[in-house]
Design a protein around this ligand. Structure first.
Ligand code: THU
Length: 133
């Protein structure tokens, strides 16, 4: 099943996280509408704000390779409940995802919450807002 496959890929990607400062490893797996999977893990930096979250690594990898139509993303961390993406990642997802794009949030025990983009970031600021004045 697509959800299980993506969560498995996100767990695998999490293993390559570079998180020596927070020790909080995150993995993400992004499915394109044409079936490719792009993975990402969080990459921290001694200058803390330079850190990039797993979700954004996966999305930026895909965009930079010419893929911009997405079906779903899975995000996994070692949290008690399903991991919750940060605000910056929600905004980046909303730039590239459709309102109905599936978002699978999970943890190492497979406690999973499934949301749509619209549910994860309702009433978002998006490109149409720049011209709808
Ligand atoms: N982090 C992610 O990669 N994704 C999230 O959804 C939440 C936070 C990372 C950023 C940082 O490396 C570490 O987790 C702690 O905030």
């Amino acid at each position: 099943m697509m959800q299980e496959k993506l969560i498995k890929a996100a767990k695998q990607a999490r293993k390559s996280a570079y998180a020596p400062y927070s020790n909080f490893k995150v993995g993400a797996a992004l499915l394109t509408t044409s079936g490719e999977i792009f993975t990402g893990s969080n990459i921290e930096n001694a200058a803390y704000p330079v850190t990039c979250c797993a979700e954004r690594v996966a999305i930026f990898k895909a965009i930079s390779e010419g893929f911009s139509d997405f079906e779903a993303i899975a995000v996994v961390a070692d949290t008690k409940e399903a991991v919750s993406p940060c605000g910056s990642c929600r905004q980046v997802m909303s730039e590239f995802f459709q309102k109905h794009t599936s978002i699978f949030l999970s943890n190492l025990q497979d406690r999973t919450i499934t949301l749509t983009m619209e549910e994860l970031l309702p009433y978002s600021f998006h490109k149409e807002n720049l011209i709808d004045k």
